[in-house]
Ligand binder design. Structure first.
Ligand SMILES: Cc1cc2nc3c(=O)[nH]c(=O)nc-3n(C[C@H](O)[C@H](O)[C@H](O)COP(=O)(O)O)c2cc1C
Length: 301
């Protein structure tokens, strides 16, 4: 939690009290007809700045970098609730697909940086904004990470192939190895054979860039924050003509083997929650596809 974040310009404040009523933390109050900071519980959400009709509120820790898009051209318009066509949004949501076939073309640095900017518009628990982004900008860097992930899974498969190990792990309350053996062992083994034979990339699917999303220590909800940021990134990537794919295998490898994090340039103490493969798609889709019906409950009283 940060302290004393909003700044109020008393010469501009019109004393309407909008900032006071919108503040979720009770940080502001009206005093002598002007808004003032009266408590230090500010989470820096920026509602006070956003609601002020006079533009009297500033946020000390809002960095201009986050709004300085290089290739995306936001209008800066505030789209009011109900003002954006929901049908268009749903078409966008349904048109984004996990891409598993990329061209060799590199993704320019400014595009990757804009994807990070789009990602950090996501909500974060207690507005901690503690994301970290490690951006691999070349196919060579992606391949180096791929080699490290392959090494991890080769070691895991060796362990999982041993029935005695699986049994011992299950007996000590660690059924994951048995489960891994049942669900993933065979497909991972096949992918490793392809990788060793001719570097067929069933991990990153030939992506030319990868973004690893982690969190600095102290975030209240680091996993949720990372996946929400990743969701934004996937949609922004689609709008920019890029293909994208979340790569859970790489997340698992980084969680369990610090050598994989080292290969990616992620510091040892940092946790990783999402890995996004990116590149120019070598596939075009002709139609939207459907989803299964989820389990939905309604409670009316
Ligand atoms: C947490 C998570 C991990 C994923 N890991 C992988 C992965 O390692 N490799 C892959 O090809 N796709 C991966 N995916 C993509 C899913 O397979 C994909 O989202 C799903 O099949 C739905 O397809 P769509 O994204 O095209 O709508 C992952 C998705 C999520 C949400």
């Amino acid at each position: 939690m940060r302290e004393g974040v909003p700044g109020i310009d008393a010469s501009i404040c019109v004393g309407c009290g909008e900032c006071v009523s919108v503040c979720p933390s009770g940080v502001l109050a009206l005093s002598n007809g002007l808004a003032r900071v009266v408590a230090a519980r500010c989470i820096g959400c920026g509602h006070c700045q956003a609601v002020c009709p006079a533009g009297a509120v500033s946020l000390a820790d809002a960095d201009p970098w986050a709004g300085a898009y290089a290739v995306i051209e936001p209008t800066g318009e505030v789209i009011a609730p109900g003002a954006f066509p929901a049908g268009q949004l749903v078409d966008l949501l349904r048109s984004r697909r996990s891409c598993r076939r990329f061209t060799d073309r590199a993704v320019p640095g400014p595009v990757l940086e804009d994807l990070v900017r789009a990602a950090v518009t996501a909500p974060s628990g207690t507005n901690s904004q503690a994301w970290t982004f490690t951006v691999l900008t070349s196919r060579a860097a992606v391949l180096e990470l791929g080699q490290a992930v392959a090494g991890f899974f080769a070691r895991l498969n060796k362990l999982a192939a041993n029935a005695l190990f699986r049994r011992v792990y299950s007996l000590i309350g660690r059924p994951e190895l048995e489960q891994y053996y049942r669900e993933y062992y065979a497909s991972v083994a096949a992918a490793l054979v392809d990788w060793e034979r001719d570097r067929t990339d069933r991990l990153f699917h030939g992506a030319t860039a990868v973004v690893i999303i982690g969190a600095q220590p102290g975030a209240s909800c680091p996993a949720e924050d990372a996946l929400l940021a990743a969701g934004n990134m996937l949609l922004a990537a689609h709008c920019l003509g890029l293909g994208s794919c979340l790569i859970g295998y790489a997340v698992e490898a980084m969680r369990h083997d610090r050598r994989v994090k080292t290969a990616a340039g992620v510091p040892r103490g940092e946790s990783v929650y999402a890995v996004v493969a990116l590149g120019w798609p070598d596939v075009a889709y002709a139609r939207q596809t459907g989803r299964r019906r989820p389990l939905v409950r309604y409670k009316t009283a």
